[in-house]
Design a protein around this ligand. Structure first.
Ligand code: NAD
Length: 288
């Protein structure tokens, strides 16, 4: 079998176009433009590049830029104060604290301070609880992107066996329950899983989010499976995923490339979350 290659860039472009329309609808209805506050602390070059990309993409879809930059010398209290200010600012629909924060700051407790209604990264403990209980709320962007790709390519999750490799708060941990709520039977694998190959080989839908270059080879993949590779690993040969793309694409039914698969989706779903947060805030205000 030769797998169909999932075009994450095309799906992300479609989502961004939908977000741009949703932004303009909201502006004409409410008179208020959705706004994203990216918060960058310090001068880590990689973080600066990520934040710049998020700001540029937001502006492209009409989301207002409320970027804030604090020096690396900022204290925990300084960052906390800024988050509180953004929590209380009606122009700010979504808040994103770029992680990691400089040494000496506690990124988890700062993230936890973001108002759940503005938590467009979906990383606060409240958002995580809402995922688990399948309550309305903002979901983490990468798992949302994975589901969007599966839906776009018509992969049925109902009764399917989904295997997730990785249990980080960013990807694997929220994705497991999100797949379960779509009626998949989910197996969560991680670094202590006894027989990873055997678990993965049972998957109709296999999601790799371990951060280990080419961890999953052809023997890990059931013929015809949908394989979603979240991994982005910098190696001497360039960017590679957690899946050994060549041999696995001869066996899978569907597969995401790296780059060009999940990566563009994460950013698109951040934009979708920001307009969804703005819409929910407007609807709540209208009810009062
Ligand atoms: P992480 O290091 O926080 O978590 C990795 C997880 O994988 C852990 O739960 C660990 O138990 C598991 N793991 C590690 N080695 C394993 C092994 N040998 N066998 C089975 N499980 C193993 O990483 P993360 O933040 O979840 O990111 C994972 C990968 O996804 C990285 O390559 C990262 O760059 C990438 N990523 C991509 C996107 C995107 O937009 N495409 C977004 C987030 C992360």
């Amino acid at each position: 079998m030769i797998a169909t290659i999932i075009d994450g860039r095309a799906v992300a472009a479609r989502v961004r176009a939908e977000v741009a329309r949703a932004v303009e609808d909201l502006v004409s209805e409410s008179g208020r433009r959705p706004g994203l506050a990216t918060i960058l602390v310090g001068d880590d070059p990689a973080s600066e590049i990520y934040v710049r990309g998020k700001r540029r993409s937001s502006e492209e879809v009409g989301i207002a830029d409320h970027h804030r930059h604090l020096p690396a010398t900022a204290s925990q209290a300084d960052v906390a104060e800024l988050i509180e200010a953004c929590n209380g600012d009606p122009e700010v629909s979504g808040i994103l604290l770029q992680l990691p924060v400089p040494e000496g700051l506690d990124g988890s407790s700062l993230t936890a301070q973001i108002l759940p209604e503005k938590d467009v990264d979906g990383l606060t403990p409240v958002s995580a609880g809402r995922v688990l209980q399948n309550l309305t709320g903002l979901r983490p962007c990468t798992p949302l992107g994975v589901l969007e790709l599966l839906d776009t390519y018509g992969v049925s999750l109902e009764g399917a066996h989904a295997v997730v490799v990785g249990r980080s708060n960013l990807v694997g941990r929220p994705l497991g329950p999100m797949l379960m709520h779509r009626n998949a039977t989910v197996t969560m694998c991680h670094s202590r899983t006894a027989d990873l190959a055997a678990e993965c080989a049972r998957a109709d839908v296999l999601v790799a989010a371990a951060g280990v270059p080419r961890l999953l080879g052809a023997a890990y993949v059931k013929p015809g499976a949908a394989v979603i590779d979240v991994g982005i690993n910098r190696t001497e040969e360039g960017l590679v995923g957690d899946v050994d793309f060549g041999p696995v694409s001869d066996r899978a039914g569907l597969i995401t490339p790296v780059p060009g698969g999940v990566g563009p989706m994460t950013l698109a779903m951040l934009l979708q979350n920001t307009v969804a947060a703005a819409r929910a805030q407007f609807d709540r205000e209208r009810e009062h």
